[in-house]
Design a protein around this ligand. Structure first.
Ligand SMILES: *Cc1c(COP(=O)(O)O)cnc(C)c1O
Length: 445
């Protein structure tokens, strides 16, 4: 027996129906009302207008909710690839937003009124900071490696140490990238030991460049030997070849200044004789997703002349953000205050524990169980400095039902992301700065 259902026209004319049209538009509202009516009809159910309108409103709200949303990153991994890596400083976010909403000087020369170069917005900054002759930027570091190898080694051989044939995660495996660049990988040495003579033996008439890759997310320890960049550069140059170095994260400053472990810098690579150096924009550099290429002007010119450059280039928003972030590096003394990625990485354990203590009551109330403030260790993330962990503090929960608790936290308006390890849910407070604590508590209510 079919129960009575209101008609679509009556629903649209109801005040609640008009409100839905005003908010979501006529098409979507009509579709949602029809879908709800069809569902009820199929189930043989009736219902008053208010019930149908309510259900349609829920469906519309879900459909129009943003899929990519800001979250609270309490995973303990600062540069979390799945959560968007480096948080940007406000001046970079503002520059990107300003570029997005209108016309810009992206490829326009204000002096001549003619065409400009999009990379010009960051080239000089990159040269000033790294000491390179020239620089260019692309979509990410994977693209930078692909583009450099395709430009310099298409159809020719690229010797690489077996200790450096890295997989980053996702689909970045160095042998695959070399293959897709059109080059032929020549494996050199062994997993734990590679010597200069191994490279000497591998160099032949078909060799295009030598490639060195930073062991970004792993460490080879024990009976090991790797060829220092300066020796490899010397051998490459003696053979009339270029040395390309993929630094992975790379850092534009010496992180030891702030008590962090040393991460190789492009400055060091260039000083050692590397001809092209590639690194990421959104790892330790603390900027937007980008692939940076610095090095010899003639090689950068060839890279830019490769038609693939067009396919891999950076858009105006990320260029604007990158420019703003690079400018912060001109004042290293204030970098740690102004660059969020660095500020979070060097944040002291005591400061983090204080945040954990302040937010733990709200979390305990939300969870309906006792919360403990406990010491833990954060990771830098993005493969950077993988063997070094940073002392931190977390709000931690034990007991049964941790998965449902973690799921409830993920369902908050701004999802809260923690991690479950060793039978406890850990909410590492390193990335929750004091300025966000009030919003964090309100988000749990
Ligand atoms: C992260 C990384 C890459 C890839 O960089 P993306 O910016 O993520 O594309 C390449 N090589 C190394 C050594 C890395 O660490």
């Amino acid at each position: 027996m079919t129960r009575h259902l209101p008609g679509v026209d009556a629903l649209l004319r109801a005040p609640e129906g008009e409100a839905l049209v005003a908010r979501f538009g006529r098409n979507a509202t009509l579709a949602a009302l029809r879908a709800e009516l069809a569902r009820l009809r199929a189930a043989g159910l009736g219902g008053p207008a208010a019930v149908v309108l309510d259900a349609a409103a829920d469906g519309l709200a879900r459909r129009f909710a943003a899929s990519q949303r800001p979250v609270f990153n309490l995973t303990g991994t600062v540069l979390h690839t799945n959560l968007g890596r480096a948080p940007l400083p406000p001046e970079a976010a503002e520059a990107a937003a300003a570029a997005l909403v209108g016309a810009t000087t992206l490829e326009f020369d204000l002096q001549t009124g003619g065409r400009g170069e999009r990379d010009d917005h960051v080239r000089q900054l990159l040269c000033d900071i790294t000491g390179a002759e020239s620089a260019t930027v692309v979509n990410n570091n994977a693209a930078a490696v692909l583009l450099c190898l395709n430009t310099l080694a298409n159809g020719r051989e690229v010797p690489v140490s077996r200790g450096e044939l890295i997989e980053i995660g996702g689909a970045f495996r160095l042998p695959d990238i070399i293959g897709r660049a059109g080059a032929l990988l020549v494996e050199v040495g062994t997993t734990n030991r590679t010597h200069l003579r191994d490279f000497r033996d591998a160099i032949g008439p078909a060799t295009a460049v030598l490639l060195r890759v930073h062991q970004a997310n792993y460490a080879i320890t024990g009976f090991t030997s790797a060829v220092p960049a300066a020796e490899l550069a010397g051998m490459a140059h003696a053979a009339g070849l270029a040395l390309v170095e993929d630094l992975g994260s790379g850092s534009l400053v010496d992180l030891r200044r702030w008590g962090l472990p040393h991460e190789p810098t492009p400055q060091e690579s260039l000083a050692a004789g590397a001809d092209l150096v590639t690194f990421s924009g959104d790892k330790l550099l603390g900027g937007p997703q980008a692939g940076l290429i610095v090095g010899r002007a003639e090689l950068v010119r060839r890279v830019n002349a490769n038609p693939l450059k067009r396919a891999l280039r950076l858009d105006k928003a990320r260029l604007a953000a990158l420019e703003a972030v690079l400018r912060l590096y001109l004042d290293p003394d204030r970098l740690a205050e102004r660059l969020p990625a660095l500020r979070l990485l060097i944040r002291g354990e005591g400061d983090i524990a204080a945040t954990a203590a302040r937010i733990s009551p709200a979390l305990a109330t939300f969870a309906g169980r006792a919360a403990e403030v406990a010491a833990c260790r954060s990771q830098i993330g993005s493969g950077a400095l993988p063997v070094d962990l940073l002392p931190s503090a977390a709000v931690s929960f034990a007991g049964d039902g941790l998965d449902p608790l973690a799921a409830r936290l993920r369902l908050r308006p701004r999802p809260v992301i923690g991690r479950i390890v060793q039978g406890r849910l850990w909410l590492d407070c390193r990335c929750l700065e004091a300025t966000e604590e009030a919003a964090f508590a309100a988000n749990l209510e």
